[in-house]
Design a binder for this molecule. Structure first.
Ligand code: ADP
Length: 376
């Protein structure tokens, strides 16, 4: 297969014009974030937020132009609503020096629903490394094991780990209409930037670019009929997360936290973020809650176990459950066989199943009571 170079892609994009400004999107410095992985190409087209959706034909034309190149098997172009590129700047640097203000809203209606998807839930954490993705994968599989139709959207663009955790490799295909067909394993559908970009490829994402990419993962993927779409959020509570919580029609959020994380109040930031945008917090899961010795099975509390339950009660959040720090959880999720499917009778799998059921119950209750009035 011929190797595709950045120059070839830029040359192919050269004839694509911004209709309003009658100049090439390359010359205008609108193309950024170019990623080439085998025959799969991804990039962002930076547009003025006010022109947002009007430039959809330009996005399509850019995708088509690159798709013509020999060796290119798939192209994902995303529109990012950001300040206009400065003419003449090379790709990727158009907004490099731009001041980073709060995330801007694209012009379209707030929170468009996703047809066919019952509920979208976010799995969030105050910071990285607390086991958010491991929990998201296991909860998704737990709900699937209970007969729900489940999808996983890996929104953790900074470190997409769902392909590895769900044991999925390869590239998603596209339909005739250029929609992306989600990948699938263990009965759950999954979509991730990780199918396009190597997991350890360092990528710099600015808030608006993240949003553009995520909206496409949500709206340009043929999810089909799902009872629940589990979104593995980017870690933290910054602008990108806030915008996402605002823009994706979330039925609720689950906060994953370690005992130390609770102590440092990171989990509380997550709670406050969702409250700010009126997304119900379904509850908190304490991960790496205690330690079970792999030899004798004895349990010990390495951190101040139980802090999450107390903190949840204090903050008026439901405590959904606790998952121990256990080698088996790490090994299974890191090797693409999460414990919920590989050891379904283990106590850990049962813990995930119980939490998954509780979340499903809460979602069902919420859909019966919506719309709700919030009195503060
Ligand atoms: P995050 O998404 O919060 O960054 P990950 O889910 O990627 O965190 O988890 C970070 C690491 O910790 C991974 O290697 C994962 O396998 C491991 N891990 C997560 N939860 C547990 C647990 N309960 N017991 C043991 N290892 C865990």
């Amino acid at each position: 297969m011929p190797t595709i170079t950045e120059d070839q892609i830029m040359n192919a994009l050269e004839p694509v014009m911004d209709p309003d400004r009658q100049a090439s999107i390359v010359k205008l410095g609108m193309v950024s974030g170019l990623v080439i992985r085998d025959g799969n190409v991804g990039f962002a087209i930076e547009v003025d937020p006010a022109r947002g959706q009007a430039l959809e034909p330009v996005r399509k034309a850019a995708e088509d132009a690159v798709l013509q190149l020999p060796g290119v098997t798939s192209v994902t172009a995303v529109l990012t609503a950001h300040r206009e590129g400065t003419p003449g700047q090379p790709a990727g640097s158009a907004a490099g020096a731009a001041p980073e203000g709060p995330p801007r809203q694209a012009a379209e209606a707030d929170k468009p629903g996703v047809p066919g998807i019952g509920s979208i839930i976010a799995i969030a954490s105050g910071k990285g490394g607390v086991g958010k993705s491991t929990t998201a994968a296991n909860l998704a599989l737990a709900m699937a094991a209970d007969g729900m139709r489940v999808g996983v959207m890996d929104a953790d663009v900074y470190g997409p780990s769902m392909p590895r955790m769900l044991g999925i490799s390869g590239r998603p295909s596209q339909t005739q209409g250029r929609k992306i067909v989600p990948m699938e394993n263990y009965g759950v559908k999954a979509m991730s930037m990780g199918f396009l970009v190597e997991e350890d490829t360092p990528m710099i994402w600015r808030g608006p670019m993240v949003m553009g990419a995520l909206e496409q993962l949500l709206h340009e993927v043929v999810w089909g009929e799902l009872d629940v779409l589990v979104v593995d959020m980017p870690p933290g509570t910054g602008d990108a997360q806030l915008t996402m919580a605002q823009r994706v029609p979330l039925a609720g959020a689950v906060i994953v936290s370690t005992p130390q994380d609770i102590a440092l109040l990171d989990a509380k930031k997550g709670l406050n973020m969702f409250r700010k945008v009126d997304v119900p917090v379904l509850g908190i899961i304490e991960n790496m809650s205690y330690f079970t010795c792999p030899h004798c099975g004895e349990r010990s509390d390495i951190f101040s176990h139980g802090g999450a339950r107390r903190e949840a009660e204090r903050l008026g959040m439901e405590f959904l459950g606790e998952i121990p720090l256990d080698m088996a959880i790490r090994e299974t999720s890191d090797s693409g066989q999460p414990i919920t499917v590989s050891q379904p009778d283990s106590p850990h799998a049962k813990a995930y199943r119980a939490i998954g059921r509780r979340i499903a119950e809460k979602l069902a209750a919420e859909s019966r009571t919506a719309p709700k009035i919030v009195i503060q």
